[in-house]
Design a protein around this ligand. Structure first.
Ligand code: XMP
Length: 316
């Protein structure tokens, strides 16, 4: 009979058989899929696993710290943390076209990972958090982007590994169940999706540090208030966006000329269509008040009412 405990036992045996006493490398983004793969591999092969976490500087507040905290006990020195923020932001300077930004972030991610992989010696296997929907051909632009970024495709010919993909038969809900069974924190396993290019596609146009900071801080406030209101359990994806234009406002009787923050909160089944969550006014007003008072360079908050199609979920 098929249940999650048996699945894990089977995969542990299969991984041990495939890998033997060799070493396995994993790009640990901190997303659900790569985290579940990491937990499964820790169980199967312990310190034969080496994880590389690349912080591209476009992560949410405290996110990279959380990834390190979650696995440092199990992995110790086998968890390689790379702070590549400066490098990514340098490459992205002056770039304002959304697809160009995505391409740069994706390519740079592969390059940083490749450099780290070269520093490590005696690695024969590359683990990936590929899940069933990833291998089903969809032909849509988003899915191709999602795939190439998540799966570290595009490594050079001379740096080829044999793949370990223990989740390839599972759907997302089964991956989550697997994570829970492996003892990962509930919050981590049930968190909302986060795009590979991160906050980079939520700072519209050129990614400028002060606007990146504003989107990161406002996102943290939004997530905190959603959790307090229980909306984190209910809404599929919720985040903030910062445009690249300013408007006039007033604070302490002085004129301001600052950026708006846009709140997006949507529900969907497959991300191909989406509807807007009808958030209660008092919650929206509280979030608005906090963002205007706590986030630098922001003087307005707007709520995006657009469904998909019409808009997409992200703004870029
Ligand atoms: P859109 O904006 O196309 O988003 O309606 C649909 C879902 O895909 C996510 N998304 C991405 N994920 N790399 C990713 O890994 C990307 O470049 C990317 N673009 C959008 C988005 O967050 C939403 O969940």
């Amino acid at each position: 009979n098929w249940n999650m405990k048996n699945f894990i036992d089977d995969q542990v045996a299969l991984i041990r058989k495939q890998v033997g006493d060799k070493k396995v490398l994993l790009a640990l983004s901190g997303g659900v899929d790569s985290s579940v793969v990491a937990a499964l591999l820790v169980k199967a092969i312990g310190k034969q696993l080496i994880c590389v976490h690349v912080n591209h500087g476009l992560m949410r507040k405290n996110e990279s710290e959380g990834v390190v905290q979650m696995f440092e006990k199990d992995l110790g020195d086998n968890l390689v943390y790379v702070d590549a923020s400066e490098r990514f932001l340098g490459k992205l300077k002056g770039v304002d076209e959304p697809e160009e930004k995505r391409k740069i972030i994706g390519n740079e991610f592969i390059r940083v990972f490749e450099e780290e992989a070269r520093k490590l010696e005696g690695i024969d296997f590359l683990a990936q958090g590929t899940i069933y929907p990833d291998i089903v051909e969809s032909g849509t632009k988003t899915h191709k982007v999602v795939k190439s970024h998540h799966n570290v495709g595009g490594l050079p010919e001379d740096l080829q590994f044999e793949l370990v993909e223990p989740l390839f038969q599972l759907f997302k809900d089964e991956v989550r169940a697997c994570g829970v069974e492996l003892g990962l924190p509930h919050d981590m396993v049930y968190r909302q999706p986060f795009p590979g290019p991160g906050l980079g596609v939520r700072v519209l146009g050129e990614i400028e540090p002060h606007r990146l900071e504003a989107v990161r801080e406002s996102d943290a406030i939004l997530r905190e208030e959603f959790a307090l209101a229980g909306l984190d359990q209910k809404v599929w994806q919720y985040f903030t966006i910062i445009p690249n234009f300013k408007s006039v406002g007033v604070r302490n009787n002085e004129r301001t000329y600052e950026y708006p923050i846009i709140i997006r909160a949507v529900n969907t089944v497959d991300a191909m269509t989406a509807t807007v969550e009808q958030i209660d006014w008092p919650i929206l007003l509280k979030i608005t008040d906090r963002i205007i008072n706590e986030v630098k360079n922001v003087n307005r908050v707007c709520y995006d009412l657009s469904p998909k199609p019409g808009g997409t979920i992200e703004w870029e």
